[in-house]
Design a protein around this ligand. Sequence first.
Ligand SMILES: [Zn+2]
Length: 147
Amino acid sequence: MKVLGNSALVVSKLVSDEQRKIISLVVSRSLVSRLLGDVDVKRIEVWANVVWVLPVKGSPRFVSKARIWQAFRETRRASAHQLVVKPSPSQLALVVNPLKGSAYTLSLDSHGHIVCGCMDYERQREVLGASRSVCKHIFAYRIRQSS
Ligand SMILES: [Zn+2]
């Protein structure tokens, strides 16, 4: 067992180094807490096939990795709705957050994946690769394209 920076999170030795990086990116106390209806989480153990969660009060629960993955994406999709997608003359699009006053340019890489300049995307791309990385800016663009 190896304890990561997130003090509630413990990852099984059975998990590969690559999976360990993905887990430390995707699994957080706040995400797991939200998934279980805002319970306070004391400890999270990630095993090869499932995630075991010990709430501060009550019995331990199991959460599937698929549900955690879905929640990780859902957080970004939900934040995408407050963003404004604008055309960009030289790139794919400019995505503006009117509340924060921030703006990120979306472009396409040589494999046709949408690339964003934000920190969230950069962190995901490093661990998950371009094909599986999706930040709120990319979600905003996709929502705009499909509507
Ligand atoms: Zn982004």
